[in-house]
Design a protein. Structure first.
Length: 138
């Protein structure tokens, strides 16, 4: 028997909208603002809902996730360590070999242009990696 609040059949975009509304504070506003920047940078971005309630944005692989905690909104770039970050937006998960994150605290702003540059760089990396994978012989 399915639960009435099951997320299985709901589109990810609806679930992300719902999360933003449920947060109802600066975190929802921040997540909404960053989501808009992502979608403006890549109108073809795919929104997903993974890992029991994490918004995920993908294009030929994961670009980033958008997690909300009590005191931060965290945008984790799946391959962030491979991206140039001249604006120094990455401020979390800096010791990892693969991921990098941007932690946004209440009242903080992220440079929109620099953020969209990171988004486009992540897409370019995903796209180049997807094309570089050898195809298996049939």
């Amino acid at each position: 028997m399915k639960k009435s609040d099951s997320t299985e059949d709901q589109p990810a975009s609806h679930l992300i909208d719902k999360r933003i509304t449920e947060l109802g504070d600066w975190r929802g506003e921040t997540l909404s603002r960053m989501r808009k920047l992502i979608k403006d940078a890549d109108p073809g971005v795919v929104e997903e809902w993974k890992w029991r309630g994490t918004p995920v944005w993908s294009h030929d692989g994961i670009i980033c996730t958008g997690e909300s905690y009590k005191s931060i909104v965290k945008l984790t770039f799946a391959k962030g360590a491979a991206l140039d970050d001249p604006a120094k937006l990455f401020n979390s998960s800096l010791d990892g070999n693969v991921r990098r994150a941007i932690d946004i605290h209440e009242g903080e702003e992220v440079d929109p242009g620099a953020f969209q540059t990171l988004i486009r760089a992540a897409i370019a990396l995903n796209t180049s990696t997807a094309k570089a994978k050898p195809r298996r012989a049939k």
